[in-house]
Design a protein around this ligand. Structure first.
Ligand code: A3P
Length: 341
């Protein structure tokens, strides 16, 4: 196996570069720096060189990518349940999703949710996983290693996007809920962040992995360029037809359902197992949490489309719509703006 020769050099370069990058501290709980046009936690940027040098993608790998609060948890549950259905039948009483939060079943490759572990130790764990591995990421497409995003890369990426207004509202609720896990200073910052202040930061793209629309657009373009490697999903369309979504995921991952499975109700069982209602009511998601104190229940709220109407003024909505419309102009992509409550 080739040694990761340039990991140290690149890490050194990143360490030297980091303090000179634009800094954003108003977006709790983590300080962000702008790198390649995206705002990311310093802790993630610090680990980026190690990920690029040491992650060894396998052709069978499936990467689940998203901007935060866009349906990541749901996609993780659906992909995991689908790809491992032979080993773990979805109707089984001991299915891993009945014992573990979807984020434990499918880990983020660049971090633990609490960013308290370095990438190197995570990468070692990933090497131990059986194929096909399913891993999550919030990294923008342009910061993925070439071994995943390069034209010759063999692994597959499934990306889920969500209407920016709903992603914003969902994110604000989440940050307030988990803030205490990040220590007194950052936690207090999140608690006191007003809707208006948070909205301003969102519109400026100054939050974890922002600007949201740019994150989405890069994956959309990649899915147009490399349709066999990148599947682009929309949370709103998933809500409209979860069964069709599961079938689409399975086909893309190379494990389409047989006629017998379909007739036997396997697709319906996966949809049910991964539904918000079912996951939210599981004991592990009601009472469990991670080591940093983030409660699993924080990942499950309304699961609707169009909830922004309950929180944003028409003026706020129009302002964000205009920013997004301008940014997407000429791309051929537009966000779904459903109201499915
Ligand atoms: P809301 O806050 O609007 O309810 P992420 O998983 O990327 O963090 O996104 C979180 C959003 O997905 C939350 O949206 C959450 O309720 C919703 N969600 C979580 N699990 C879901 C599921 N099984 N089905 C549908 N939506 C789900």
């Amino acid at each position: 196996m080739p040694a990761p020769v340039d990991a140290t050099i690149q890490a050194g370069r990143m360490a030297a570069l980091l303090p000179s990058l634009p800094l954003e501290t108003r977006c709790p709980p983590l300080p962000l720096r702008r790198y390649n046009g995206f705002w990311l936690p310093e802790a993630v940027l610090t680990e980026l060189p190690a990920i690029h040098a040491r992650l060894r993608p396998r052709p069978s790998d499936i990467f689940l990518a998203s901007f935060p609060k866009s349906g990541t948890t749901w996609l993780k549950a659906l992909a995991f349940a689908t790809v491992h259905r032979a080993r773990h039948p979805p109707s089984g009483a001991d299915h891993p999703l009945r014992r573990m939060n979807p984020h434990e079943c499918v880990r983020f490759m660049e971090m633990d949710p609490e960013l308290r572990r370095d990438a190197s130790s995570l990468l070692e764990e990933f090497e131990e996983l059986d194929s096909p591995r399913v891993l999550g990421t919030h990294l923008p497409y342009c910061l993925l290693p070439d071994s995943i995003a390069g034209e010759a890369a063999g692994s597959r990426i499934m990306y889920v996007c969500r209407n920016p207004k709903d992603a914003f509202v969902s994110g604000l609720f989440f940050v307030k809920k988990v803030s205490s896990a990040y220590g007194a200073g950052a936690g207090a910052g999140a608690q006191s962040l007003s809707l208006e202040e948070a909205f301003e930061l969102f519109c400026e793209g100054r939050l974890f992995a922002g600007p949201q629309w740019k994150h989405v657009l890069q994956y959309w373009e990649a899915s147009m360029r490399r349709p066999k490697q990148v599947l682009f999903l929309e949370y709103e369309r998933m809500l409209r037809d979860p069964k069709a979504t599961v079938k689409k995921l399975a086909e893309f991952m190379g494990c389409g359902f047989s006629k017998e499975e379909e007739e036997g109700g396997v697709v319906d069982e996966i949809v049910k197992l991964c539904s918000l209602k079912e996951l939210k009511n599981m004991e592990v998601n009601k009472s469990g949490g991670n080591q940093a104190g983030v409660r699993n229940e924080a990942y499950f709220r309304k699961g609707s489309s169009g909830d922004w109407r309950n929180h944003l003024t028409p003026e706020m909505a129009a302002r964000l719509d205009k920013i997004v419309e301008d940014a997407l102009q000429g791309s051929g992509f537009a966000f779904v703006d459903d109201a499915i409550m």
